[in-house]
Write a protein that binds this ligand. Structure first.
Ligand code: PLP
Length: 374
């Protein structure tokens, strides 16, 4: 029987046992609405307070700087739209050409409303430089939004330095850290960011829950109008089970962070060494400083989509950097942004190893790849 190997942890991750256990009591017994004044609401109310404090602790923030959302997409929409709509004098946004669509499509939406947006180009190694930002930023810039790490190629951006440039022009700085939170150490004080997006299902928490960190004193428009939840900035009855599950997952990952990072880089090296030992021709994307476990590999002349399907037949989940339709293979906007040559872009796959992967998984991934592209 073929054994299933999940190596697409940048798409989503398996819920951790700790997260599931933490969620269970809130699904059936403790179903009270945290906004109600009676004693049955006391426990969910306290769960919210504790969750906010624990999450804040993981990223070195204050509890009242954590706003619960439905995930990365909502956090990104809120940061982009909430910033644009909050200052009539400073209306311009700067982002990058290789952001996730949650940012790009939010930017297209504000552009349609007449707000100017500039899209910075990354280098071929997948980096946004301070020099590039300096050429575009002005005193009319309201927000600079640059992702912490790219979801397709894993390149980690110089956020602290980019943030300093934004602040020197009186602009706010947001980072989409959806791929990074729970995987690398995040310290919002050290980075200096005003806003940061995170999503639980990327760090072994449940789907449909995330948060937006908003530094105290940052003025952005509310996202959802309604009740007084999240200090009246994001209305809607809180999903306590999901919030508690997210908190358990993040706390667990942050505690084991160093160990996890060591393991992920060890597995990456094993995979690359395995391909080299089999004399497979390939190149890696995203430069030298990438997310632990995330590999974007290009096999010259190969078809990434075909590799994905053949890996699937071997019971292995990975993803590609291109999307096929019957007429053409479309190269992803990320690979286009780093100007990867077409024959490499078409043969690009993403392998995203997670904390549940083993050396044996990696060896089987290598064997399958050697069979397919060798
Ligand atoms: N931002 C990045 C960088 C992502 O990788 C993703 C998901 O793939 C998102 C935002 C969207 O997050 P969610 O799935 O929680 O809406």
């Amino acid at each position: 029987m073929k054994q299933f190997i999940y190596a697409d942890n940048a798409a989503t991750t398996q819920l951790s046992k700790a997260a599931l256990d933490a969620m269970m009591p809130w699904m059936l017994g403790e179903y009270g609405n945290a906004s109600q004044p009676y004693s049955f609401a006391r426990k969910p109310k306290k769960a919210l307070v504790d969750a906010r404090a624990a999450i804040a602790d993981c990223i070195n923030a204050q509890p009242d700087e954590i706003f619960f959302t439905s995930g990365g997409t909502e956090s990104d929409n809120w940061a982009i739209k909430g910033s644009a709509f909050s200052d009539a004098q400073k209306r311009a946004t700067i982002t990058t050409a290789f952001e996730h669509h949650a940012i790009l499509h939010s930017c297209y939406a504000i552009e349609r409303l007449g707000y100017p947006v500039a899209y910075l180009s990354p280098t071929e190694a997948g980096l946004i430089t301070t020099k590039e930002l300096q050429t575009v930023i002005s005193d009319t810039t309201r927000l600079v939004s640059i992702m912490y790490a790219n979801n397709e190629i894993g390149s980690i951006q110089p956020i602290k330095e980019l943030c300093e440039v934004a602040h020197s022009h009186g602009a706010l700085f947001h980072t989409d850290a959806v791929q990074a939170v729970g995987h690398v150490k995040i310290d919002v004080q050290e980075l200096g960011v005003d806003m940061l997006s995170a999503s639980a299902h990327k760090f072994n928490g449940p789907k449909g829950i995330g948060f937006l960190y908003i530094r105290k004193g940052t003025t952005i428009s509310s996202y959802l109008d309604g009740g007084a939840q999240e200090k009246s900035h994001r209305a809607g009855t809180e999903n306590i089970a999901a919030i508690v599950g997210m908190t358990a997952a993040l706390t667990e990952n942050c505690k084991a962070m160093d160990e996890y990072i060591d393991k992920a880089y060890r597995l990456e090296k094993r995979l690359l060494d395995g391909l080299r030992a089999a004399h497979i021709s390939f190149s890696g994307n995203g430069g030298d400083n990438t997310l632990p476990g995330l590999l974007s590999l290009s096999f010259p002349g190969a078809d990434g989509e075909a590799i994905l399907h053949r890996m699937d037949l071997s019971g292995i989940c990975i993803s590609t950097g291109s999307a096929c339709n019957s007429e053409s293979t479309e190269i992803s906007h990320v690979l286009q942004a780093i100007r990867l040559e077409e024959s490499l872009a078409k043969g690009t796959i993403r392998i995203a190893l997670g904390k549940n992967n083993s050396e044996d998984d990696v060896d089987r991934i290598v064997q399958a790849l050697v069979r397919i592209v060798g």
